[in-house]
Design a protein around this ligand. Structure first.
Ligand code: AP5
Ligand code: MG
Ligand code: ZN
Length: 215
């Protein structure tokens, strides 16, 4: 199963991708997670990416295209992968096409999660992530058993630096300008299914699974 999860910031790409990785035993490739890891480690790439991410803008195409190209060549991608947060520009989508051709892989599906702007802001301002294991929560929609603590490992829950409301609005604007055109891009290729992402987490997962069965 080789698929792309498209959708604006807060649409639930990470939440849904994690559920799909368990079901299909294929890796989630989140460029956001990879970049945040590089920022945390202080690598040269992380240092460069941080300023773009803090401002709610996109990291330059050549950086993320290189990351994904390398990642897709790892052994765990042999039977499939879920791209989460990539591609995000037409340039990235064109580069991905070339990479997949070189690796002799074909996409099976592109699933686009649709969620209203105000719901996105509420999801992102209430999102919490485990500092230790990265598990995601939401203070209202997916709360941990104990406030501020991860259900899986007991680690502290933190807020992402780019989840302040002003940065969220900037990210949503960047999505509309640079990423939304990918809906038409993949629509033309016949691989695209749009999914109503406004339902609760479990219902959205069911919709994704039926779309995958149909594809
Ligand atoms: P990235 O990490 O990809 O962030 P994003 O696209 O802005 O998306 P999010 O991770 O914020 O949202 P999500 O859709 O994963 O939602 P989640 O499941 O967490 O990118 C961050 C930055 O890195 C970018 O701004 C850019 O600078 C850079 N970057 C990354 N990739 C790049 C690329 N390809 N090119 C250039 N730059 C790149 O859910 C959100 C919250 O809602 C959670 O709390 C969750 O519990 C809750 N929730 C989820 N589903 C539901 C539901 N159905 N109902 C109620 N609540 C829900
Ligand atoms: Mg995410
Ligand atoms: Zn944890």
């Amino acid at each position: 199963m080789k698929l792309i999860l498209l959708g604006p910031p807060g649409a639930g790409k990470g939440t849904q991708a994690k559920m799909l990785t368990e079901r299909f035993r294929i890796p989630q490739i989140s460029t956001g997670d990879i970049l945040r890891g590089a920022v945390k480690e202080g690598t040269p790439m992380g240092v460069k990416a941080k300023s773009y991410m803090d401002a709610g803008g996109l990291v330059p195409d050549e950086v993320v295209v290189g990351i994904v190209r390398e990642r897709l060549q790892k052994d765990d991608c042999a039977t499939g992968f879920i791209l989460d947060g990539f591609p995000r520009t037409v340039g990235q989508a064109d580069a991905l096409k070339g990479t997949l051709q070189d690796l002799d892989k074909d996409l099976d599906a592109v699933l686009a999660l649709e969620v209203d702007a105000e719901a996105l802001v509420e999801r992102l301002t209430g999102r919490r992530t485990c500092r230790e294991c990265g598990q995601g929560f939401h203070v209202k929609f997916d709360p941990p058993a104990e406030e501020g603590k991860c259900d899986s490992c007991g680690g502290d829950l933190i807020q992402r630096d780019d989840d302040q409301e002003s940065t969220i609005r900037k990210r949503l604007h960047v999505y509309d300008e640079q990423t939304a055109p990918l809906i038409a891009y993949y629509g033309e290729g016949g691989l695209l299914t749009c999914i109503d992402g406004m339902q609760e987490i479990g219902s959205v997962q069911e919709k994704l699974l039926s779309a995958l069965q149909a594809s």
